[in-house]
Design a protein around this ligand. Structure first.
Ligand SMILES: [Zn+2]
Length: 265
């Protein structure tokens, strides 16, 4: 059987989040997937005023297909899961620029593993224009700290996924931030070093999924006070290479297909 790419591109990510928040987007942004944000908004009973976006780097759909149990902590706090297809190239700066600008790589200009500060309008810029308090919490040297640098938002760094998760939990509990965008890449690191299905890499999938769960539990305390959107949104996958390590950036199905999860509360 031939490989199949998933239908929806990552450029719809910004549109989905914006629609959930009742925000209008400039024309440069790809639209939401209407039925998806429609169903979520109906379940939420209105517009989201508190948004937490968890980006577990490089967790591909083939990992979800073969190790579905590892995603139980994510399923426990998700209302919907939808397959997405990554960008060409399937690398972090290209994919995350597309997710937060709503544009194909040709539009935002990051076509390969470059990490310039994006000068075009991102979802971060629109949130700031609307007076929202925004935090990026990411591992040291995260792509987020490069391509989304220089904005009027708060940047926090942690040395590993657990430290990032701890910071994110503190920010959520402070109830000060409208938007918290989280980027961890323990899985990406372990998959590069030991292979995408290595014990080390699969442990990192669990560690990131369990962090998502702890974040969801922290958010639950604010149910009723806020209308909350939480997502688990990887950027691309990884494929195994000879010698037992892992790589991505290609059009291989393991690099391209991913699954996103959405929760509303
Ligand atoms: Zn990545």
């Amino acid at each position: 059987m031939a490989d199949h790419y998933n239908l929806f591109g990552l450029k719809h990510f910004a549109g989905i989040v914006a629609d959930m928040m009742g925000m209008e987007l400039p024309e440069s942004f790809a639209p939401s997937i209407g039925w998806l944000s429609g169903i979520l908004r109906e379940r939420l009973g209105g517009e989201a005023d508190r948004v937490v976006l968890y980006h577990a780097d490089a967790v591909g759909m083939h990992i979800w297909q073969k190790y579905t149990n590892l995603f139980a902590p994510v399923y426990k706090h998700s209302s919907m899961s939808v397959p997405f297809v990554s960008t060409v190239e399937s690398v972090t700066p290209v994919a995350h620029a597309t997710m937060y600008t709503g544009m194909d790589p040709e539009g935002h200009g990051i076509l390969t593993y470059d990490r310039p500060k994006l000068e075009c309008t991102t979802l971060f810029d629109l949130w700031i224009e609307q007076g929202k308090k925004v935090a990026i919490v990411a591992q040291l040297d995260s792509t987020f700290l490069h391509i989304f640098a220089g904005r009027d938002l708060d940047y926090f760094e942690g040395k590993n996924a657990v430290e990032v998760q701890e910071i994110a939990l503190r920010l959520i509990e402070s109830d000060e931030y409208d938007v918290v965008s989280i980027h961890t890449f323990d899985y990406d690191n372990a998959a590069h070093a030991f292979g995408p299905e290595s014990k080390q890499a699969l442990n990192a999938v669990s560690l990131e999924a369990e962090g998502y769960q702890r974040i969801a539990e922290a958010l639950e305390k604010f149910k009723g006070k806020h209308k909350i959107l939480l997502t688990y949104s990887p950027d691309h996958g990884q494929h195994p290479v000879l010698g037992g390590t892992g790589q991505h950036g290609s059009k291989q199905i393991e690099d391209m297909n991913i699954v996103h999860f959405f929760e509303v509360m």
